[in-house]
Design a protein around this ligand. Structure first.
Ligand SMILES: Cc1ncc(COP(=O)(O)O)c(C=O)c1O
Length: 476
């Protein structure tokens, strides 16, 4: 049996093709439609083939990648892709993924990944320095914000019930967690995954700017205590998913400290605000949070997956996750073992793309890009307000604009139906790509200025693309 590997010259040829593709793709994104018009049935028909038993060669495999995978993929780095929270990766970060794959380090135990472990620790310190959170906090890179929030809330449970790993949740009294209607669903999911169920979730009302209302939080905590329910944690958000609002973390931290419960701050999107002059006041009070999430894959222009979670309570991550194994180095063995700091054993080398991106481009360039994106969002918000057939639905915050197409003489129900209907039309036209969100009962369009490729010239094109899609949806 011979090795399945290709000869060196073929590997080099493959690398050249990949490098040419990445360069061409990333530098010409704006010349292409944002998304190709396709359906699930079309894609399944295009992709269907028997398992390849014999090699098809670089040529054939690469052609299939181009036609069957790349061509129908949504062009996430396009200047007018503003849906959800998907950034444009920088080329250096894209190639760093290939380097990490070549080294194939599992960043679990120091002995198996010494340099990768230390790079991750360094990158975590760099991130901490930017966020304004406790400089000696402990942390770990995660797949993204959902896993980071899950870890943050597991830490809260561990802090409240140090014996939970022995006896499980069945041994615990009824508990409560405090969120707002604007909190990302991943925190609710985390509470469910911990075995507490949705019954444990308290939805604290927000103010007119959709920020958690601190006095209502205090009232909810006290009311639960009177009922014999144990308040475990509150979740505050820096940069809510729908509108980019920042909860008043300083006030919430004060209440959590007085009432004796954990404060987790979900800064998946807005967690680097302290480093961005146009957003710096959002992060006031962050240093008092007990745990904190920030997502490099949302804000550092690196590809999926890269999230991070930190806690200023040193020792709590290993108290929550460390597990002995006969077949691996344990805590007393030399080196730092990330397997004791989170749920995963095999972990990819996520830190490399962050490390190389910061070294190749420098953090200042990333901060300047964010300042520009925030300015563009404010400008777009002003253009929405100035247009007779559009409405701005929430204050523009951290680069997020929520608005709707609102031609005259339509009632609320018709406007909701229209905005919902226009999004697939917009995506089919391929000129811009936005997502939908709910603001209370209202259907809203949401533009997240998360791409450094978006320019001022894109703003009128974006508005016109929405208008055109809206008119087509209305006519239909
Ligand atoms: C505020 C917030 N928290 C958490 C998440 C979940 O992050 P991820 O998609 O990386 O799991 C998101 C996703 O958009 C988010 O907006």
């Amino acid at each position: 049996m011979t090795s399945p590997e290709l000869p060196p010259e073929a590997i080099r040829e493959l690398g050249r093709r990949v490098a040419d593709f990445v360069t061409g793709y990333l530098t010409a994104l704006g010349d292409q439609p944002v998304a190709a018009h396709t359906t699930a049935a079309d894609l399944r028909a295009l992709l269907e083939e028997p398992l390849p038993r014999q090699p098809q060669g670089i040529e054939g495999a690469f052609d299939d990648f181009l036609q069957k995978v790349a061509a129908p993929s949504v062009r996430v780095g396009h200047p007018r892709f503003l849906a959800w929270m998907r950034t444009s990766p920088l080329a250096g970060a894209v190639f760093a993924e290939a380097l990490a794959a070549a080294l194939n380090q599992s960043v679990a135990v120091w002995q198996g990944a010494p340099a990768a472990t230390e790079v991750e620790r360094l990158v975590l310190r760099w991130l901490l320095g930017l966020t304004g959170y406790a400089p000696d906090a402990e942390g770990i890179l995660t797949s993204g914000g959902s896993m980071a929030n899950f870890i943050g809330l597991l830490l809260a449970r561990q802090a409240a019930f140090p014996d939970v790993r022995e006896h499980g949740v069945r041994s615990l009294p009824p508990v409560a967690f405090y969120l707002s209607p604007e909190t990302h669903y991943s925190s609710v999911k985390a509470i469910e995954m911990m075995g507490f169920g949705k019954d444990a979730v308290r939805c604290v009302p927000t103010d007119r700017s959709r920020r958690m209302h601190p006095l209502s939080l205090r009232r909810a905590i006290r009311s639960d205590r009177r009922e014999g329910i144990v308040p475990v944690a509150a979740v505050a958000t820096l940069g809510t998913t729908a509108t980019g609002a920042c909860d008043p973390v300083a006030e919430i931290a004060e209440i959590c400290a007085e009432e004796g419960l954990w404060l987790h701050v979900d800064g998946a999107y807005g967690g680097l605000s302290a480093a961005i002059p146009t957003a710096a006041n959002c992060a006031r009070g962050l240093a008092r949070a007990d745990s904190f999430t920030v997502d490099p894959h949302k804000i550092l222009f690196v590809p999926f997956e890269a999230g991070a979670v930190f806690t200023r309570h040193r020792g709590l991550l290993p108290a929550t996750f460390a597990t002995r194994a006969a077949y691996l180095p344990n805590a007393e063995d030399e080196g730092f073992h990330f397997r004791d700091y989170g749920p995963q054993l095999s972990r990819n080398f996520r830190a490399l793309k962050i490390y190389l991106t910061l070294k190749i481009y420098g953090m200042d360039a990333i901060i300047h890009a964010w300042e520009r994106q925030h300015r563009l969002a404010a400008q777009f918000g002003a253009q929405v307000e100035a247009a007779a057939d559009f409405q701005l639905l929430a204050p523009v915050s951290l680069g997020i604009v929520t608005f709707r197409y609102a031609p005259p003489d339509l009632g609320e129900a018709a406007l909701d139906a229209l905005n919902k209907a226009l999004v697939p039309v917009l995506q089919r036209h391929g000129k811009a790509f936005l997502s939908l969100t709910h603001l209370g009962e209202t259907e809203a369009l949401r533009a997240c200025f998360i791409s450094y490729r978006t320019t001022e010239a894109d703003l009128p094109l974006l508005l016109e693309a929405v208008r055109e899609a809206g008119q087509e949806a209305l006519a239909a």
